[in-house]
Design a protein around this ligand. Structure first.
Ligand code: ACM
Length: 544
């Protein structure tokens, strides 16, 4: 029997024997350390099938037995059915048990993805299974930009569930940018009072002449963030919060004009940016700016505890240097520090926060521009402008997350046809994403060992709400999950036809989850955006 699992497990074993029926008498027997999975199974499968799934006792039949065997890889698991009318999920760690539970949900069919039963009283059937599995990469992520368009807290929690359903374990939370500051910082209330909303918004990409004149905004309170972090941790997802500095900072400058280059422009006239691109308004490289952002990061470290957020992302991308070139203050700083140029000034800025974070037990990660002007030891890189930055960083001994825009920027259009809504940049189909290999050929084994993994990035300039995000993200995130998780077969031997066949079953799961994916035949009429300009230029970077 074909289990149509996605991402594909390492092996599925002999098939054909009897399986397991989950019914009113079924219990969950969780050994120490498996509590998060026990709770998740009860709330998710219990709701889907109308079962209470009470705690069971070791050695009893008709139970879902959860246990940990440290001999397995930490995120690996074994799932077997059939003996004593039970299912046994053994994980190498609590996370491995949780990924095994995700597989169990897929084995139960699409109804397992609903929030209440749809077929009255019918037992849920698990086919005979003997599955061995483990991930290829330890960093399997998605970045969500909640600055350009804000996803309310409930939508973020839903995305965490969608990541978990695909065995993705890193949520990179892009919380600040020119177009909006989205996290409450108690000591700087204007960051959200002023910086979290704009009076109007460009509709479509930068060249579009359309505007949405509705005021637009939103932010997460500190308790919202704590809830999101706890929800992620319960699902074995690490959160990587990003505060983007020293570029992409216009929202912060509009709230606190002294953060900008006041000797170049009158920063009191700036407002939260209402269009897209790379803003020239960047942070001034002053002691005041450093102290201000230390204050931001102090609150951030409290909100994102080290156990779940060992990495803190400081952005570092696309910092235009024009204002620093013109600014007497910035030039004086370059001279005083004995720096060669503005690139080294950016590097000085990043190094400061690298030291600051390292002293507090965290690791800095930034976009690959942080390589320019020298990268501090221990810092990690998100390689977005292709593979090159990641290769250079890995060869220099830095850890790397591969997320090249040419491959895994899900804001890019997924078909070359005229019906794609607000089409951006490269055409990257489901198959293109399926064929992506995060490890470029020719890397030495040592450098390849520095590729922590990969993430897909979701920039939301032209995604105004959850439906638009769903459309861009799905189904491609499913192919991405297979890239990030499936340890076998080797990338060159992967079979797209087999993946497409499994996708047929997976679309039914996505339907049950209410995901508004792009159908294989193209956008439905209401998913199109006729007349709204995108930037469908092959080879064009997304942001300019
Ligand atoms: C980026 O796309 N600017 C990281």
């Amino acid at each position: 029997m074909d289990m149509e699992l996605i991402p594909a497990p390492v092996s599925v074993g002999d098939q054909g024997r009897c399986g397991f029926l989950m019914d009113r008498a079924t219990t969950i027997t969780g050994q120490d350390g498996t509590e998060s999975t026990e709770r998740w199974l009860r709330s998710t499968l219990g709701a889907a099938f109308g079962l209470s799934l009470p705690p069971g006792a070791d050695g009893k039949d008709n139970t879902i037995l959860l246990r940990i065997d440290p001999a397995l890889e930490p995120e690996g698991y074994r799932l077997s059915t059939g003996t004593g009318q039970s299912v046994v999920i053994t994980g190498g760690s609590p996370a491995g048990v949780f990924w095994g539970a995700q597989t169990l949900r897929q084995l139960l069919g699409p109804e397992a993805f609903r929030r209440a039963p749809v077929s009255d009283g019918a037992p849920a059937r698990v086919p005979f299974a003997d599955i061995e599995d483990r991930p290829r990469f330890s960093w399997r992520g998605m970045m969500l930009d909640v600055s350009r368009h804000f996803l309310p807290k409930d939508d973020v929690l839903r995305y965490l569930d969608l990541l978990a359903a695909h065995k993705l374990n890193v949520f990179h939370f892009h919380l600040t940018d020119d177009q909006g500051w989205r996290v409450e910082i108690k000591r700087y209330p204007k960051l959200t009072e002023v910086g979290s909303w704009r009076s109007r918004t460009k509709h479509g990409h930068r060249a579009s002449e359309l505007w949405d004149e509705t005021p637009y905004g939103g932010h997460y309170t500190q308790d919202d963030i704590r809830e999101i972090v706890a929800y992620a941790a319960e699902r074995h997802i690490r959160v990587v919060p990003e505060i983007d500095i020293p570029g992409h900072s216009q929202a912060a400058i509009s709230a606190y004009p002294e953060l900008g280059n006041t000797d170049v422009i009158d920063t009191t006239t700036l407002s939260v940016w209402d269009t897209w691109g790379v803003s020239p308004n960047v942070l001034a490289p002053t002691d005041n700016t450093l102290r201000f952002f230390e204050g931001v990061f102090e609150e951030l470290l409290d909100l994102f505890p080290a156990a779940n957020s060992p990495f803190i992302h400081i952005g570092g991308d696309e910092c235009l240097k024009d204002q620093w070139k013109e600014s007497p203050t910035a030039q004086a700083r370059i001279r005083e520090l004995g720096l060669a140029d503005e690139d080294e000034l950016q590097s000085w800025f990043i190094r400061h926060f690298d030291r600051w974070l390292t002293a507090r037990g965290r690791r800095l990660i930034g976009w690959d521009e942080i390589l320019e002007g020298g990268l501090p030891d221990g810092a990690a890189v998100s390689s977005w402008r292709g593979y090159a930055g990641g290769i250079a960083a890995a060869e220099a001994g830095h850890d790397v997350v591969m997320c090249p825009e040419q491959q895994v920027y899900l804001d890019h259009r997924q078909d070359g046809g005229p019906d794609e809504p607000m089409p951006i940049g490269y055409v990257r189909t489901l198959e293109d994403v399926f064929r992506f290999d995060p490890v470029p050929p020719g890397l030495t084994e040592e450098a390849a060992g520095h590729i922590l993994g990969t993430q897909a990035n979701v920039w939301t300039e032209v995604m105004q709400n959850r439906s638009r995000v769903d459309y861009q993200v799905f189904p491609r995130l499913v192919a991405f999950a297979e890239v990030a998780w499936s340890a076998l077969p080797a990338p060159a031997d992967r079979d797209f036809a087999d993946f497409e066949r499994r996708m047929t079953a997976h679309y039914a799961r996505l339907d049950a989850l209410g995901v508004e994916y792009r159908p294989p035949g193209g956008p439905l009429p209401w998913q199109r955006r006729p007349g709204v300009l995108g930037r469908p230029i092959e080879g064009a970077p997304p942001n300019v």
